[in-house]
Design a protein around this ligand. Structure first.
Ligand SMILES: *[C@@H]1O[C@H](CO)[C@@H](O)[C@H](O)[C@H]1NC(C)=O
Ligand SMILES: CC(=O)N[C@H]1CO[C@H](CO)[C@@H](O)[C@@H]1O
Length: 539
């Protein structure tokens, strides 16, 4: 039995050979010439993928196959799949072995009401869009609830015990501000210290999409959000990912970094443009005192650039962020963020992967703010006086004992951040260019996970790129000293029988044993698990 994904070491030996022998310099080519695309060294059809033991597909059951969300539970050896009106609990070793189901439809009256208000009948159901580990025994789940979101707890019991035959779903609670109303809106969330951070729409019509933090459990606390109807903060945002990251050793300084794309106000182009952003807030933010009550008082954002330099300094931009992956390095305060971007150009269609160092992102947040005097003026660097403490600073006793919480911020700080949430400088990728480009191939890259392999000469990042035609591209990005990254496409696998978009990719977080790291891909109607299960093949 062959295990395609697990078998990194032997594969890698041949990969290194390729690196030396057929270096692909297409990054140097000017933009208007055709890019030379590197061809995959091995191509696997869907049948190959299954035959070679590297894929274990799950198609759902007759009741429900509209897959929405995934949660890998390594401790229990389970994969939770949120679907339409139910949650599957599958065995990682074999997804089809005795799948368990938790039914969770929306209330009948709610479904009726949803249909009466003119929503599509097929969307008037409870699509489970969110699954997070809550504590040792419970998983927190939210669904669209036929356009009235609901959340609840799934009791899986202690990880050491077998799952009981009847799994409990406890006390559904309102899910507004935590989960979208509809099954398709791009959405991201994170559960951190019993708070749910969500970039989601908050109303039936989907007019108000914002960054929310809702307490789970401690009901005394209010939710916090971005300012309503303030396009300076967010303008028709599509949230892609968010991560808690410590900036310093001071816990009070912990932040959440958020990745999104939105309609750009800061463009000189007369046409509507979409830009990608990294935003951040302090974990300890509890809102302001007189102004910005229950609103973020530390919200800042910056543009993320992913572009290819061409002749005469002309850049080709990939502006629309589709997915992000946080890749931990040896220093957990300086992870690398990989982003998949697509181009919105009418001239060509393409996708690119850019990698950003968190150090560079922080430097931009520590730099100048952007400013606009009046609607008909250009965006300029803010030159005036910046209030104290610098807007975006987390309140911390270690930093200033008079500023214990964000309610201690002066009116100056509050009104400054309200009007200047955007940084003047943009964040550029490592080496100022993408690590991977795909142009005019008839498909787009939609998803990314990054794994690492150890080789004799150090660690390499292996990119797994999901496409909108049901394939996964496995590529190696080899960094070099002289600004040229080399890309080697190792394999292309058809992971879904139909050419459907890959909507989610997850990789197990186990850091120690690369050969057993489990990967799973989701399309709307299929899930494919890979790795971790072929124990009989040791190297
Ligand atoms: C986990 O959270 C649930 C839901 O609030 C609670 O009932 C349960 O006691 C908690 N379990 C542990 C081990 O803390
Ligand atoms: C690398 C490898 O083992 N590839 C095999 C995968 O399966 C197909 C079909 O069974 C074979 O032809 C490949 O050689």
């Amino acid at each position: 039995m062959e295990c395609k994904f697990r078998d990194c070491r032997s594969k890698f030996a041949s990969a290194q050979f390729t690196v030396c022998c057929c270096v692909i310099f297409f990054f140097l080519l000017p933009v208007n010439e055709a890019w030379k695309q590197s061809k995959p060294r091995l191509k696997f059809s869907y049948k190959d993928t299954l035959m070679n033991g590297s894929g274990n597909p799950f198609q759902g059951s007759a009741e429900s196959s509209s897959f929405q969300s995934l949660l890998i539970d390594e401790e229990r050896g389970k994969l939770l799949v949120g679907a339409k009106d139910l949650i599957y609990i599958l065995n990682l070793e074999n997804l089809n072995k005795e799948p368990k189901k938790i039914y969770w439809p929306a209330a009948k009256e709610r479904v009726e009401l949803c249909k009466q208000t003119g929503k599509k009948e097929t969307e008037c159901a409870n699509f489970i869009r969110l699954l997070h580990n809550f504590n040792r025994t419970h998983v927190y789940a939210c669904g669209t609830g036929a356009f009235q979101p609901i959340c609840g707890y799934i009791d899986l019991g202690p990880p050491t015990e077998e799952l009981s035959s009847k799994i409990d779903l406890k006390t559904p609670e309102p899910g507004t501000l935590k989960c979208p109303y509809d099954p398709i809106q791009p959405f991201t969330s994170a559960l951190i210290d019993e708070y749910l951070y969500a970039g989601t729409s908050s109303d039936f019509l989907g007019r108000d999409t914002a960054l929310f933090r809702s307490p789970i459990h401690h009901l005394e606390n209010q939710y916090i959000r971005t300012e309503h109807n303030n396009p300076l903060w967010l303008s028709d945002p599509k949230f892609i990912g968010m991560y808690p990251i410590s900036d310093t050793s001071d816990e009070d300084d912990d932040k959440i970094y958020i990745f999104l794309r939105e309609t750009a106000l800061d463009t000189t182009s007369p046409e509507k443009a979409i830009y990608s952003r990294v935003a951040r807030v302090c974990k300890k933010d509890i809102g302001g005192q007189r102004s910005l009550i229950n609103k973020w008082t530390t919200f800042l954002k910056a543009r993320l650039i992913c572009s290819v330099p061409g002749p005469e300094g002309y850049q080709t931009y990939f502006d629309e962020l589709q997915d992000v992956f946080l890749f931990n390095t040896n220093d957990d305060k300086v992870p690398v963020v990989y982003g998949v971007f697509t181009s919105s150009s009418s001239v060509f269609s393409g996708s690119a992967v850019c990698a950003y160092s968190l150090a560079d992102i922080r430097a931009v947040f520590n730099g100048p703010f952007t400013h606009k005097d009046s609607p008909d003026r250009h965006w300029v660097e803010y030159q005036g006086k910046i209030p104290y403490p610098r807007p975006g600073t987390c309140p911390s006793k270690a930093f200033d004992s008079t500023i214990e919480t964000t309610k201690d911020f002066s009116d100056d700080v509050i009104s400054f951040i309200k009007n200047h949430p955007m940084m003047y400088k943009a964040v550029y990728p490592i080496n100022k260019r993408p690590v991977f480009i795909q142009v005019n191939g008839g498909y787009r890259i939609t998803q990314i996970v990054v794994d690492r392999v150890n080789a004799k000469d150090g660690q390499y990042a292996v990119l797994f790129l999901g496409t909108d035609v049901g394939t996964v591209i496995k590529a190696l990005s080899v960094p070099k000293d002289n600004l040229n990254a080399e890309e080697v496409v190792l394999e292309e696998l058809q992971v879904f029988e139909e050419p459907t978009p890959i909507l989610t990719m997850e990789i197990s977080s186990k850091q120690t044993d690369q050969t057993s790291r489990y990967k799973v891909w989701r399309s709307n109607n299929s899930v494919l698990g890979s790795g971790g299960q072929c124990k009989e093949r040791a190297n």
